[in-house]
Design a binder for this molecule. Structure first.
Ligand SMILES: Cc1cc2nc3c(=O)[nH]c(=O)nc-3n(C[C@H](O)[C@H](O)[C@H](O)COP(=O)(O)OP(=O)(O)OC[C@H]3O[C@@H](n4cnc5c(N)ncnc54)[C@H](O)[C@@H]3O)c2cc1C
Length: 418
């Protein structure tokens, strides 16, 4: 098959742009990748933190083996060996109020036989409670999670709520039920094999960013950093030029563009584009402390301020999603508050707060509400040679690495004429 466009300018080197660039380069297109920042990775990357004196990830990103697009991307860039995880899907939890601990262990297959086994279920839940999932699967695009799930049930408190907040970065009273249903359909509904967690051996950049850049270089792609797109010039049917600080890039008839920038930037660049315009914060805390390798890779916390704690090589790292309520709390206060949760989760002796870095990402993702989901545009635009990519485009998933990569692949396929 001959490609519709033989040269493609990919703008934005987050997960969506990198995935688009990799797919296009692998299909023989001449790719130029333009990124405003001096580095690639966007909201999913690693860097050296000067306060802690070690390399950290900007946020804890958990991938699952069932993330089909992410797995295809990792295979394409030859980074499979840089990720690892447990042999079975096992999600350890702590209830901060009662001190109870449990491990949620979905069985390998699609038929959820594991729900018959009380020891694998969420404690104090009955088999019948899980029928809630049927209501979720039938939810309309206008419904929120609490429109279809019983917010007073134990299962809601210990499973549905934390899952919603972690996957959608939005509280269940306003989060889209159909987006949560999609997450469940692609994870728990496919059985434990699809839910096996995967984390980078080193860091996000070593697994998802650097190997992609190396792959693109090998394919002859041109990588331009510090290249902020300021304007798109459009004719009736096609984009005719890209305006950068260093000058204009005129597009010939064989040239196309994947715009893989953030939603607000895309809305400024593309006339008439409607995009999500509400966002939710994520707070991350990194504590410089080495924890024995025999402890869990991560722990979910119910009823604390910290929601997930991840054991990394040099740090224990905390995630709090849907965290706008914490934005005005000082870093010192947060470091102490979250550390108390970490101590209990990892059974550490009471001690002073270790060296900490608190990161508040105000616009971590778009708010995954029904109204915001309805504002997500498809990749196809009215200009024949312009495709959109990003976690905010219409992927049917919330803002995730899997959604971003899927959108990048989708935009590439569109320009390749498939
Ligand atoms: C703290 C945090 C924790 C997260 N945790 C998870 C998780 O556990 N699991 C999960 O799946 N997802 C998680 N996410 C979401 C995930 O990181 C995003 O969905 C994904 O990285 C988005 O990729 P993207 O390419 O769509 O956007 P971005 O990463 O935002 O990439 C856009 C790129 O475009 C560049 N750009 C912007 N304007 C211009 C311009 N004018 N010209 C050129 N370049 C431009 C930007 O610099 C950026 O590199 C988390 C996000 C955050 C912030």
């Amino acid at each position: 098959m001959t490609n519709r466009f033989t040269r493609v300018h990919v703008v934005g080197a987050g997960m969506a742009g990198l995935a688009a660039a990799v797919r296009l380069a692998d299909e023989g297109a001449a790719v130029t990748l333009h990124e405003a920042a001096p580095h690639a990775g966007g909201r999913c990357r690693s860097y050296v933190d000067a306060t802690l004196g070690c390399r950290v990830d900007n946020g804890n990103h958990l991938l699952l083996r069932g993330n089909g697009a992410a797995m295809a991307y990792v295979a394409a860039i030859g980074a499979g060996a840089t990720l690892s995880g447990p042999d079975e899907a096992a999600f350890p939890f702590l209830d901060r109020a009662t001190g109870e601990r449990w491990v949620l262990r979905p069985g390998r297959g699609r038929v959820p036989w594991w729900l018959l086994d009380k020891t694998r279920r969420v404690p104090d839940t009955k088999l019948g409670d899980y029928l809630d999932a049927v209501g979720l699967a039938r939810a309309s695009a206008a419904q929120t999670v609490t429109d279809v799930l019983d917010r007073n049930s134990i299962l809601f408190h210990r499973f549905w709520r934390p899952l919603t907040v972690a996957a959608l970065n939005t509280g269940p009273d306003e989060a889209s039920a159909s987006l949560l249903a999609r997450v469940v359909a692609e994870s728990f509904a496919r059985g434990g094999a699809a839910c096996r967690p995967l984390v980078p051996n080193e860091g996000l950049s070593e697994s998802l960013v650097e190997p992609a850049l190396a792959h693109l270089r090998r394919r002859g792609a041109e990588l331009r950093f510090g290249a902020r797109l300021r304007a798109l010039e459009t004719g009736d049917a096609r984009v005719t030029a890209l305006g950068f600080d260093r000058g204009n890039e005129i597009l010939g008839g064989d040239a196309a563009v994947v715009l893989a920038v953030t939603a607000p930037v895309a809305a400024r660049l593309v006339p008439g584009l409607v995009v999500p315009d509400e966002f939710r914060a994520i707070v991350n805390a990194h504590y410089r402390i080495a924890v024995p390798a025999a402890t869990p890779l991560f722990v979910g916390i119910i009823g604390g301020t910290a929601e997930w704690v991840f054991r990394k090589r040099a740090v224990l790292s905390v995630t709090v999603s849907d965290a706008d309520r914490l934005l005005d709390t000082s870093a010192d206060e947060l470091a102490l508050l979250l550390w108390r949760d970490v101590e209990q989760a990892y059974g550490l002796p009471a001690q002073d707060v270790p060296p900490a870095q608190i990161l508040k990402e105000r616009r971590a993702t778009f708010a995954a509400t029904p109204a915001q989901d309805a504002r997500r545009p498809p990749p196809r635009t009215r200009w024949d040679n312009l495709a959109l990519a990003g976690d905010w485009t219409k992927t049917s998933l919330p803002a995730t690495v899997e959604g971003a990569i899927r959108s990048g692949f989708g935009a590439a396929e569109l320009l390749l004429g498939r």
